[in-house]
Design a protein around this ligand. Structure first.
Ligand SMILES: NC(=O)c1ccc[n+]([C@@H]2O[C@H](COP(=O)([O-])OP(=O)(O)OC[C@H]3O[C@@H](n4cnc5c(N)ncnc54)[C@H](OP(=O)(O)O)[C@@H]3O)[C@@H](O)[C@H]2O)c1
Length: 235
């Protein structure tokens, strides 16, 4: 089995690599990073540096990596050094909105474009993408966070739409959106103050739970949105 784990240097991505090494000792793991190299070294892991918002770089990655069985995309963006999620519409900046789309939505779009062909060679192709419950339109009770919500909602629509196309052209394949729950990483750090300790998950727990969900998915689950406990979320 060959697994491609995108943004394997991130908080959740790094733990997903560790969990995959434990569960699938025979698997070859391709891990990607953008800025900083991950500390994980292992004979079964190959590392590639890639900016997943660049079409050229994702196409090049697909050529270098070849066939894969599972793709787990742990890429995402919530806040930069100088700007975080918006409390109201007047704090929205077009540049920050586009950055959210480029880093939360575009990577999966490009991966689907360049890896559909190679996934056809697998007997059990699966794609799992880290989304977020705040991208659920039905579940939106609080408002705010315009750029991140919209980018994850667009990601969710993309996953649903790919699942419909793959139902025709790649009937064995599964593609799902996953919500990890609030996880202790640099992405959630500035927003952890009001999270009760029992609701702030470690990356190791989340990786374990997400792998359980991914393993349990079948082609019938394709086009669904699940949380870490395997419960279906509304789009
Ligand atoms: N943590 C939470 O509470 C939480 C809750 C709900 C959903 N999620 C979702 O879970 C996923 C993982 O989040 P995390 O908590 O592990 O965050 P994280 O530690 O900040 O990791 C995010 C990863 O995305 C990478 N990335 C961002 N833009 C990229 C790009 N254009 N090309 C390549 N890599 C890029 C980052 O690489 P660089 O560092 O090199 O930029 C980093 O490895 C995200 O999709 C996030 O939205 C997280």
């Amino acid at each position: 089995m060959k697994l491609l784990i995108l943004s394997a240097n991130g908080g959740i991505g790094n733990a997903v690599v560790g969990e995959c090494l434990r569960r699938f000792p025979e698997a070859t793991i391709i891990g990607t990073y953008r800025r900083s190299y991950s500390e994980v070294t292992h004979q079964n892991i190959l590392w590639f540096r890639v900016n997943l918002s660049s079409e050229e770089e994702v196409e090049q990655l697909s050529k270098e990596v070849g066939n894969v069985d599972w793709i787990i995309n742990c890429t995402g963006f919530l806040h930069g050094e100088h700007k975080g999620p918006e409390k109201n519409i007047s704090s929205l900046s077009q540049e920050f909105f586009i950055e959210n789309i480029n880093r939360n939505t575009v990577p999966t779009l490009l991966l689907a474009k360049y890896f559909t062909k190679t996934l056809k060679q697998s007997s059990n192709p699966k794609v799992a993408v880290l989304s977020a419950k705040v991208g659920s339109i039905d579940d939106n009770q609080l408002g705010g966070w315009y750029s991140y919500r919209c980018a994850k909602a667009a990601l969710n629509m993309l996953i649903k739409t790919i699942s419909i196309e793959w139902h025709r052209v790649l009937p064995k394949a599964t593609i799902v959106a996953l919500h990890p729950g609030t996880t202790d990483t640099s992405l959630s750090k500035p927003f952890q103050a009001n999270v009760p300790p029992e609701k702030l998950f470690s990356t190791e727990k989340v990786a374990f739970d997400l792998l359980n969900v991914i393993e349990a998915t079948t082609a019938e689950s394709s086009g669904e949105f699940y949380n870490y406990a395997g419960e279906k979320l509304p789009w």
